[in-house]
Design a protein. Structure first.
Length: 93
């Protein structure tokens, strides 16, 4: 049996700021992870592609406010920074 992916450990190298901000990023990363895992059975951000993240923003967050989407974009930037990938540009739409 394999252990579940630890998002806290994954993000620990790139989290900065106040404790509340760090907890928000962790909470949002876990929400992203759960949604992408449910849709595509991908358990860790190492296997995510741009299409998975775009799906999350266009379909999963479609009924959320612009400010929620903005904060999820900040969390996504941290995830991609941790992965060593260039920053992504997600067009609003």
């Amino acid at each position: 049996m394999t252990r579940p992916f630890d998002m806290v450990l994954f993000l620990s190298g790139v989290l900065i700021g106040a404790n509340a901000t760090q907890q928000r990023h962790i909470r949002q990363a876990r929400v992203m992870q759960a949604a992408i895992q449910q849709r595509w059975q991908l358990h860790s951000p190492w296997s995510w592609r741009l299409k998975h993240v775009r799906w999350f923003f266009t379909h999963y967050l479609k009924d959320h406010s612009d400010s929620s989407s903005y904060y999820y974009r900040l969390t996504t930037e941290l995830i991609f920074k941790r992965l060593g990938r260039p920053p992504i540009r997600l067009e609003k739409g």
